[in-house]
Design a protein around this ligand. Structure first.
Ligand SMILES: *Cc1c(COP(=O)(O)O)cnc(C)c1O
Length: 396
């Protein structure tokens, strides 16, 4: 079975491009040109050079000795937390802005929830001298003021969104509306492997630099270029897609995705889309969605702002549906505990999103020789308020 996208933009029954008429030519232009551009050696050279000298790649593959001892396997951490701007998101925004420039676009729009994708987009817009508009829900603006300041300092205009719950889903709707009104000069940089085809495939390919490096680094360290397990957290699913990409069709490698259970998958306060979602269409893509009986989107909840998207990338919906990936759900408390564990055992304070991936370890049973690679998608600086509160309340 091939787990990559097919020629129509589908992963099994998921994906596609369910878009309004007015966006048709925009999306078609992108679909017709993204592969040609990405495969052009000149494009590749520029992308690789920025990955190396601007982002700081390759990111290290670190053998975590004390963590390995604790869980009885050989555990490597793929250190996306060490990238410029502190997470994997910059891999995608660099790729997309190079593509936008080649397509003659001069204006960039983006949506952001916690502000991480907004900051990564504002960063590359400063780098490339492009106009940058970021849509962000009013609720999120109030919660994430530091990231709002960063975006503005980088020269972006942050537009507050006041519709709906004033969070990520509403910001995405506004960004799509903007794109409809400005089809010729504007490129919409989506921050994860979601949205209409070709976005899920395009973002996966830009993030696939992660598994490309894992292959090389494992070959050097282990004398074989594949692990027994790959583990990553999933919000929309871009760091996981990048981690899995070169192993999607390699049956020797077990794929583990961890979504956010919030207060628990059996509560109302959760973001466990794959566990609880039903098939539907969100933001141009057919996938699992958290929705009510009559199709209203349920607002997701997680302690981690980067994981509370009510949908999931179609690649992951298919991996779960076909049982190619095993999906765990980690609660807020499990993630906090895992963050503390990595901090005390390895001296690495992870992002709360990444902590959900780490929370898979206590749920798993390894053989002593198993080689495990877990992607640490980001660093914990942005989550210090949450960690401080958890410590004050004796939660960790
Ligand atoms: C945004 C974010 C995520 C979730 O996004 P994916 O597309 O699922 O990778 C995970 N980790 C960090 C650090 C993030 O900033």
């Amino acid at each position: 079975m091939d787990f990559n996208v097919d020629k129509d933009g589908y992963y099994g029954e998921f994906g596609g491009a369910y878009i309004p008429e007015i966006l048709y030519s925009n999306v078609k232009n992108l679909r017709d040109s993204y592969l040609e551009n990405m495969n052009d050696p000149e494009f590749r050279k520029e992308f690789d050079s920025l990955m190396k000298d601007y982002v700081g790649r390759p990111s290290p593959l670190y053998l975590a000795k004390r963590l390995s001892e604790k869980y009885g396997a050989k555990i490597y951490l793929k250190r996306e937390d060490l990238n410029h701007t502190g997470a994997h998101k910059i891999n995608n925004t660099i790729g997309q802005i190079l593509l936008a420039r080649r397509m003659g676009k001069t204006r960039i729009i983006a949506e952001t929830g916690a502000g991480q994708h907004g900051v990564a987009t504002a960063t590359v817009c400063a780098l490339m001298d492009m106009k940058c508009i970021v849509y962000m829900g009013e609720t999120d603006i109030a919660r994430q003021s530091l990231n709002v300041f960063k975006m503005e300092m980088l020269g972006a205009e942050v537009i507050p969104v006041t519709s709906g719950n004033k969070t990520l889903k509403d910001a995405t709707n506004e960004a799509i509306r903007d794109w409809c009104c400005n089809p010729s000069d504007t490129h919409y940089i989506i921050g994860s492997v979601v949205g209409p085809h070709p976005y899920p495939d395009m973002v996966t390919r830009f993030q696939s630099v992660i598994s490309e490096e894992i292959k090389k680094q494992l070959q050097e360290k282990e004398g074989r270029d594949y692990p027994d397990y790959l583990i990553a957290c999933v919000g929309g699913g871009s760091n996981a897609a990048g981690t899995f990409y070169h192993y999607l069709n390699d049956g020797r490698v077990k794929l583990i995705a961890v979504e956010a259970a919030g207060l628990g998958v059996d509560t109302e306060e959760t973001a466990a889309t794959i566990h609880l979602g039903k098939t539907g269409i969100i933001h141009g893509s057919k996938t699992y969605i958290m929705q009510t009986e009559d199709g209203q989107i349920i607002e997701p909840y997680s302690i981690s702002a980067g994981l509370d998207y009510p949908g999931i990338g179609p690649l992951h919906a298919n991996l779960a549906d076909k049982k190619r990936a095993k999906v765990f759900a980690a609660t807020d408390d499990e993630a906090l505990e895992a963050a503390m564990e990595l901090t005390t055992l390895e001296g690495i304070i992870p992002a709360l999103e990444s902590s959900h991936a780490l929370a898979a370890f206590p749920k798993m049973k390894f053989k002593k020789d198993d080689v495990v690679v877990l992607t640490v998608s980001g660093r914990g600086d942005k989550d210090m308020d949450t960690y401080v509160n958890a410590i004050k309340n004796n939660k960790i």
